[in-house]
Design a protein around this ligand. Structure first.
Ligand SMILES: *Cc1c(COP(=O)(O)O)cnc(C)c1O
Length: 377
């Protein structure tokens, strides 16, 4: 993002401010469609639930992955203007409820929409049958998450060996299993996870086909890596492998969905913060800035992500620390940043901070979440 524009926005709106560029979101979306033309993206709203982002992605042609009742309603609200019949199509074409575990009350509330929901165990199947019998189902499989920044396989997904039984039981209970799904782990930089997952999914589909049930939907989940640094493999390479495996393993008319979260939004936002204090300790300068790991930098804790701090100033760089504004010692953003000498009042910025960042910001210590400014909407 243009550094002059960032500074101008910080002057106008104050700090901390998260500048979200919708041209970048549209570019990321177009790239996904271009390289994976057979795959309909369902944006994982939890990565960044700003209504402006939902609107932009909806207009670009995206569908949505929601994982709670409030997220469902947030997306559904945006299509209130559609006639009722189309709205039902909208839920099927445009929304997947991809949290394998759902409270009873949520299932009861969702049932009227005939949603598409995921499950991965027998208790959940019973719950869906009792509280959302109109739902369509997608079975979430446990697949390798090796090397992904955020691992999900210890919490979700049935063992492939149980898959056939869980699918047949659903049909026997009068429900319809529409799809199988998986998630290779978030920020997956190991393409092999996707390849293995596709092979596992194809084997499960073949098993249930032998029992007379054709599964129509393959949901390849999220995990598509954001370009945080030069070590992240190129999306084009991953896409080429995915297309080859999809063509090799699945029938031509299979409907394929994906649930990209960070891939669309991580690179679209830049945080601008201000130096509010300075110290000298442990042999180096420490800067305190007006954001924190409880706020826009919460991705450091919850998402295991690093966001290098950059300066608008030039000059010889020295090793320094950067701390957040709260009174907690955990609130340390970096112990080894390289920045030129900064003064109190100077602005700094952090790029690629659009996913799992302000989405998980708190009000800890009385500091509100950073202001968000949307540009090129
Ligand atoms: C969080 C999540 C996603 C999005 O994952 P990314 O790694 O951000 O693409 C997709 N699907 C499910 C079920 C999720 O929980």
């Amino acid at each position: 993002m243009n550094t002059r524009q960032l500074q101008a926005i910080a002057r106008e709106h104050g700090t901390p401010v998260v500048v979200t560029d919708h041209d970048v979101i549209r570019r990321n979306f177009a790239k996904f469609r271009r390289y994976l033309p057979k795959v309909q993206p369902y944006y994982a709203v939890k990565a960044n639930p700003a209504p402006e982002i939902i609107e932009t992605l909806y207009r670009a042609g995206s569908s949505f992955d929601v994982a709670s009742l409030p997220e469902f309603l947030l997306v559904y609200k945006n299509i209130r203007h559609l006639p009722a019949a189309e709205r039902q199509n909208f839920v099927w074409d445009k929304i997947v409820y991809a949290n394998p575990i759902k409270p009873r009350e949520t299932l009861e509330a969702l049932n009227q929409y005939k949603p598409l929901v995921t499950y991965d165990n027998l208790d959940e199947l019973k719950k869906i049958r009792a509280y959302a019998p109109q739902a369509g189902l997608a079975l979430r499989l446990r697949v390798p998450n090796t090397g992904s920044m955020v691992e999900l396989s210890s919490k979700f997904g049935c063992d492939p060996g149980e898959a056939r039984d869980l699918i047949l039981r659903a049909f026997r209970a009068g429900l319809t299993v529409e799809g199988v799904s998986f998630h290779v782990g978030s920020q997956c930089i190991n393409d092999d996870n996707f390849v293995q997952a596709l092979n596992i999914a194809a084997a499960v589909m073949a098993e249930v086909r032998a029992h007379g049930h054709e599964i129509k939907i393959l949901d390849i989940g999220g995990g598509f890596p954001a370009p945080y640094n030069a070590h992240v493999p190129r999306f084009e390479t991953l896409a080429r492998k995915l297309n080859a495996e999809i063509n090799r393993l699945f029938p031509r008319d299979i409907e394929i969905l994906a649930e990209p979260g960070r891939f669309f939004v991580a690179s679209a936002a830049t945080l601008v913060a201000r130096v509010i204090g300075r110290t000298y300790r442990d042999g180096k300068t420490g800067y305190y800035i007006d954001d924190s790991v409880y706020h826009t930098f919460s991705g450091m804790i919850f998402d295991h992500c690093q966001y290098p701090i950059r300066s608008f100033k030039r000059g010889r760089k020295e090793v320094c620390s950067v701390f957040g504004q709260t009174c907690d010692g955990l609130d340390t953003i970096s112990q080894s940043e390289e920045l030129p000498r900064l003064e109190i009042g100077d602005l700094v910025y952090a790029e690629h901070i659009g996913a799992y960042s302000n989405a998980s910001s708190t009000h800890f210590n009385g500091f509100p979440p950073a202001k968000v400014v949307h540009i090129n909407v």
